[in-house]
Design a protein around this ligand. Structure first.
Ligand code: 8YV
Length: 328
């Protein structure tokens, strides 16, 4: 560690990996002279062969990430600076093994993502988006009143993943008089909510299941056909985390057969592709991964991304590390 703190990175070469917010892309190009990793395979290979060894910091997002193959083509990489709180597309274990630091943008997006979860929950249970379509199609005039929907206040809500975002969702729904329970990798001794040992146990006891767990191999299909069956035909699913946490095929089957009442989804298995079956359903609300997508929050994420980059380039440390640099 001492070594890293006293020795600034050998050079200051930054690589952008994947698309980022326009203003961030511009800043990286203009103020940091950052390279852009080509997406075309042959071009990428040629680029890495000639410039891979110059790169000390990579800036990416949860959409793209730095996998093990890219990592091995960047022998002098010291940090992966991730725009976004989720970093499941980056091989964090391979980075840690090499002493490559990884940072993300926690806290600054918590409120907007939690707002999105509550918005989706209300929308899918009250049918607002579907009712909006009903009005626009002129059906209020031709078909009469919109069918009754379901009450949100006071319902039992289970949260998978009681981290920063899960806790912010719980706090909001508490104000709606909802009864909150949760499942988490580890029980949270200070949390004032009932703990369920498994996702199935959680789903069995609630009206709505909200997914706020981190993505990645550890949570892949944590919500599977059994969990969906435990939620049951009057249950609702809300996912603002990662599409990989849910078995999407099992979800579509249950929604098609009336074995689940509805779903509010901001994330999907293969973004930006949303299965035609979901698009055709009126009892699902579909958002194009906009949980953190407000002007204010994205500006805060950009600022924190650049603070991490600056800190790394100046001191070899990161402001909000997931993996501190130099600690295999
Ligand atoms: C962003 C997100 O859309 O922070 C995350 O993990 O999913 C979102 O805030 C994403 O990181 C931008 O690519």
């Amino acid at each position: 560690m001492d070594d890293i703190m006293s020795t600034p990175p050998r050079s200051r070469t930054v690589l952008r990996v994947g698309p980022l917010k326009d203003s961030l892309e511009r800043t990286l190009a203009e103020d940091y002279g950052a390279y852009v990793l080509p997406s075309e395979p042959a071009e990428r290979e040629a680029f890495l062969a000639s410039h891979g060894a110059e790169i000390t910091a990579a800036v990416t997002s949860g959409r793209t990430g730095v996998d093990a193959a890219l990592l091995s083509a960047l022998p002098n990489l010291g940090a992966i600076v991730n725009f976004g709180v989720g970093y499941d597309t980056t091989d964090v274990d391979a980075a840690a093994a090499r002493g490559v630091g990884v940072s993300n943008t926690p806290d600054v997006l918590t409120d907007c993502v939690a707002d999105t979860a509550v918005g989706l929950l209300i929308d899918v249970m009250r049918g607002f988006s579907a009712a909006d379509r009903y009005v626009r199609a002129g059906r209020w005039v031709t078909d009469g009143d919109y069918p009754l929907t379901h009450r949100v206040s006071g319902r039992r809500v289970g949260i998978i993943g009681l981290g920063r975002i899960g806790s912010a969702i719980a706090k909001r729904l508490n104000a709606f008089g909802c009864v909150i329970s949760y499942h988490n990798r580890h029980r949270k001794p200070d949390a004032p909510y009932e703990y369920a040992e498994s996702p199935v146990e959680l789903a069995r006891g609630v009206d709505v299941l909200v997914i706020a767990a981190a993505g990645g191999s550890g949570t892949e299909h944590l919500v599977d056909a059994d969990v969906i069956a435990a939620l049951g035909p009057s249950g609702y699913l809300v996912n603002i985390a990662r599409g990989s946490v849910v078995d999407q095929a099992a979800l579509i089957d249950a929604l098609s057969d009336g074995r689940l009442a509805g779903a509010g989804l901001d994330v999907f298995a293969d973004e930006p592709h949303v299965p035609a079956e979901l698009i055709a359903m009126d009892h699902v609300v579909l958002l194009p991964h906009v949980g953190s997508a407000t002007v204010e929050t994205r500006a805060a994420m950009e600022e924190l991304t650049l603070r991490n980059l600056d800190e790394f380039l100046a001191t070899g440390r990161l402001v909000t590390p997931v993996v501190p640099p130099g600690s295999p």
